[in-house]
Design a protein around this ligand. Structure first.
Ligand SMILES: *[C@@H]1O[C@H](CO)[C@@H](O)[C@H](O)[C@H]1NC(C)=O
Ligand SMILES: *[C@@H]1O[C@H](CO)[C@@H](O)[C@H](O)[C@H]1NC(C)=O
Ligand SMILES: *[C@@H]1O[C@H](CO)[C@@H](O)[C@H](O)[C@H]1NC(C)=O
Ligand SMILES: *[C@@H]1O[C@H](CO)[C@@H](O)[C@H](O)[C@H]1NC(C)=O
Ligand SMILES: *[C@@H]1O[C@H](CO)[C@@H](O)[C@H](O)[C@H]1NC(C)=O
Ligand SMILES: *[C@@H]1O[C@H](CO)[C@@H](O)[C@H](O)[C@H]1NC(C)=O
Ligand SMILES: *[C@@H]1O[C@H](CO)[C@@H](O)[C@H](O)[C@H]1NC(C)=O
Length: 405
């Protein structure tokens, strides 16, 4: 029941966000396209396709491809063969296409503040397959595609506007109600996590099988597959997948994690006799898909200090990404003084806490009220204009809906 309710609410909001006023749309289109490159039809189908500006590489359109789109996959490929940049929105809904490869040439999609990049209820679709897409400055929503295996968006790495004058804004990604074998690739998530304005609220539950030993020249290791203990893990792994447990007996091998920059999975440090945790010195990004903290420190009674000097961003399914329990007072006091460990990650406006550190049942930012938050925009762009729009409230509401769903 709740799920159905939530789905309705989400659809309702997506519809609201698609129906921006005509004035907003024309202003947005006018500032980005020559009028001959606009496509103003509500639906794309065999009747309206003649007015699609096939000669333009930059097109302004709120593209709706849905169950009324009676155009073959091959004809769609022809229709879109020149398009590189789309301003507006893209909604692919209830089609019979097996792939979104007809949009494989598209490199950039940029929405106005209400637009979405949305793929839902496409029963036959195996992948989105927009393999040239590098930039998506749109809220991102993929749901109820019951045969999709993975997205296959290997080059999507940027969720900011390509126009330097454009306002930075928070982008929300939600991927939900997908089949149980649907996965997100390490390549995709490595690209996504680098964006400070991207909040990945819902993600698939699993990473795709790893098929390459290197990504961007960095060694990839699978803990639990290549090695099941720290003892026989190789020591030059930069991107590590798996659930790493460090327990009594592993102390002398912790140096092997010193080169780890990315962790896809989780890390649990339990009952060790180390006096310090200083071996996570390279760790920049942590992505956890399971319903548990990304990093847990439990019952390590000799540890006096814990540092994460390089941490940049995390993605966790629960808010408490970093969790300390059964720790000594000295370590607790030490952590309160470490902004890299204690500070919450917030949205780019600094208003909403996305992820926080929990120590003995207390959120660190509640204990240290003036601790600075992270994820502020680094570009120094002015966000005040954006805050006048209602979109921020919408995002908060969407986050709320996703939490109860
Ligand atoms: C999709 O397939 C179903 C079942 O074969 C058919 O009824 C429907 O018309 C098709 N939809 C489109 C848009 O081609
Ligand atoms: C995304 O693109 C913008 C504009 O081209 C650039 O300033 C920014 O650094 C890029 N972000 C990432 C994560 O590559
Ligand atoms: C950016 O804004 C400045 C100042 O308003 C303006 O001079 C410039 O032309 C703009 N650039 C673009 C690419 O719109
Ligand atoms: C890892 O260590 C276990 C025993 O500790 C051993 O059985 C296994 O063969 C080792 N694996 C590798 C890849 O060295
Ligand atoms: C981590 O453990 C969970 C079960 O707790 C499992 O579902 C998941 O696949 C593991 N993650 C990795 C990356 O191996
Ligand atoms: C820590 O534990 C390991 C094995 O668990 C043991 O070999 C070592 O001597 C212990 N170190 C200290 C300082 O107690
Ligand atoms: C952490 O604790 C160890 C052992 O007590 C100490 O040698 C080291 O200097 C401490 N590091 C920091 C950053 O306080």
């Amino acid at each position: 029941m709740l799920q159905i309710f939530c789905h309705q609410v989400l659809i309702f909001f997506n519809i609201i966000s698609l129906t921006a006023t005509q004035a907003d749309i024309s202003e947005f289109f006018d500032s980005h396209c020559e009028s001959r490159c606009n496509f103003l039809e509500e639906h794309l189908n065999s009747k309206t396709k003649a007015s699609f500006p096939t000669g333009c590489s930059t097109v302004c359109a709120n593209l709706l491809i849905d169950d009324s789109t009676d155009i073959s996959q091959d004809k769609m490929t022809l229709l879109f063969k020149n398009i590189k940049v789309l301003y507006g929105s893209l909604h692919v809904y209830r089609t019979n296409y097996t792939s979104g490869r007809f949009l494989a040439g598209l490199k950039v999609i940029e929405c106005d503040s209400n637009g979405v990049f949305m793929w839902d209820e496409n029963q036959n679709m195996i992948e989105i397959g927009m393999t040239s897409l590098t930039t998506c400055f749109c809220n991102f929503d993929v749901n109820y595609n019951s045969n999709m295996k993975w997205m296959n968006l290997p080059n999507l790495r940027n969720f900011s506007s390509i126009n330097s004058n454009s306002t930075q804004r928070q982008i929300e990604m939600v991927i939900y109600s997908m089949p149980s074998n649907f996965c997100i690739s390490i390549q995709e998530i490595s690209n996504f996590i680098q964006n400070s304005n991207l909040y990945m609220g819902d993600l698939p539950k699993t990473f795709c099988p790893i098929t390459s030993d290197f990504i961007s020249g960095e060694k990839v290791c699978q803990f639990g597959i290549d090695a099941t203990t720290l003892r026989n893990m190789t020591s030059n792994c930069v991107r590590v997948s798996g659930n790493i447990t460090i327990e009594a007996g592993d102390e002398e091998f912790v140096y092997k994690l010193k080169s780890m920059k990315y962790l896809f999975g989780s890390l649990k440090i339990f009952n060790v006799n180390l006096t310090q945790v200083d071996f996570l010195s390279s760790l920049e990004y942590v992505v956890t898909l399971d319903n548990k903290p990304a990093i847990e420190m439990l019952s390590n009674h000799f540890v006096l200090n814990f540092t994460l000097p390089s941490i940049k961003r995390v993605r966790s399914t629960i808010q408490e990404w970093l969790y300390f329990a059964l720790i000594e007072d000295e370590l607790e006091a030490f952590i309160f003084k470490q902004p890299n460990v204690c500070s919450p990650f917030t949205d780019i406006y600094g208003r909403t806490v996305l992820y926080s550190t929990q120590i003995a049942g207390v959120h660190c930012e509640d204990k240290v009220p003036n601790v600075p938050s992270r994820n502020f925009p680094t570009s120094g762009r002015d966000n005040s204009a954006f805050s006048l729009h209602g979109c921020f409230q919408t995002i908060i509401f969407m986050i709320f809906v996703h939490f109860i769903c």
